[in-house]
Design a protein around this ligand. Structure first.
Ligand SMILES: CC(C)(COP(=O)(O)OP(=O)(O)OC[C@H]1O[C@@H](n2cnc3c(N)ncnc32)[C@H](O)[C@@H]1OP(=O)(O)O)[C@@H](O)C(=O)NCCC(=O)NCCS
Length: 182
């Protein structure tokens, strides 16, 4: 399915109406808050994956990114993070991710996840601000399994279940090479 990833804009309003997902909170967020949060309130930025193959473009899925701070005590079970000093750990929050029910199971969830992580790493590599974690709050057990697939670790057993990915393995080398640059 040929897809175009676009930051949400008011021109997309007609596309939002037809979106379907079994989590009504994810549908409501998209229809009621995603545009406002992106354009007016600066609380999160939403990206749309638009299926441009259909006769009229259709919304296949979306994700939203924001920032987050994770209490140091919450990651005590994760070895690499447990070595850090006792400060809250900054991260990028994958605040929402959803695929339209009619096109699930075709690789779109993976595409959205990888795009969200890619944007996050782009920001991390750009360098003006530091953060260590990629964080999400999985809504149910299926979502936990989905994110485990990509290496995220659960910090809780109830729902929504906070999950984190340590970004350090993606980043090591960057700071050292920046410092040694002429
Ligand atoms: C979770 C969700 C985003 C997955 O989207 P999808 O398009 O069906 O997923 P994909 O087809 O891209 O699957 C990606 C990979 O995850 C795996 N996967 C997907 N759902 C899974 C599940 N419930 N349990 C285990 N693995 C799962 C797939 O097997 C696939 O593996 P592969 O790439 O190695 O073959 C989608 O089902 C959805 O919108 N769910 C409701 C909203 C939600 O839970 N969002 C996340 C929490 S906020």
């Amino acid at each position: 399915m040929p897809l175009r990833l676009e930051p949400i804009h008011r021109v997309h309003r007609p596309l939002l109406a037809g979106f379907q997902n079994h989590h009504t909170s994810l549908v409501d967020y998209l229809k009621r808050y995603a545009l406002r949060h992106t354009e007016k309130d600066y609380l999160a930025r939403t990206y749309l994956a638009i299926d441009v193959d259909a006769e009229t473009p259709r919304l296949a899925g979306y994700f939203s990114l924001a920032t987050v701070s994770v209490e140091r005590v919450a990651v005590a079970g994760l070895l690499a993070l447990d070595r850090l000093p006792r400060f809250p750990i900054p991260g990028v929050l994958l605040a929402r991710l959803a695929v339209d029910t009619r096109v699930q199971g075709q690789g779109l969830g993976r595409y959205l996840f990888e795009e969200a992580l890619g944007l996050t790493l782009q920001l991390a590599h750009a360098g003006p601000v530091a953060f260590r974690l990629f964080v999400t709050d999985a809504l149910d057990a299926a979502a936990v399994r989905f994110y485990e697939h990509f290496g995220l670790a659960s910090l809780a057993t109830d729902f929504p279940c906070r999950m984190v990915l340590d970004l350090r393995p993606f980043l090591i080398g960057g700071a050292e090479s920046a410092q040694s640059a002429p």
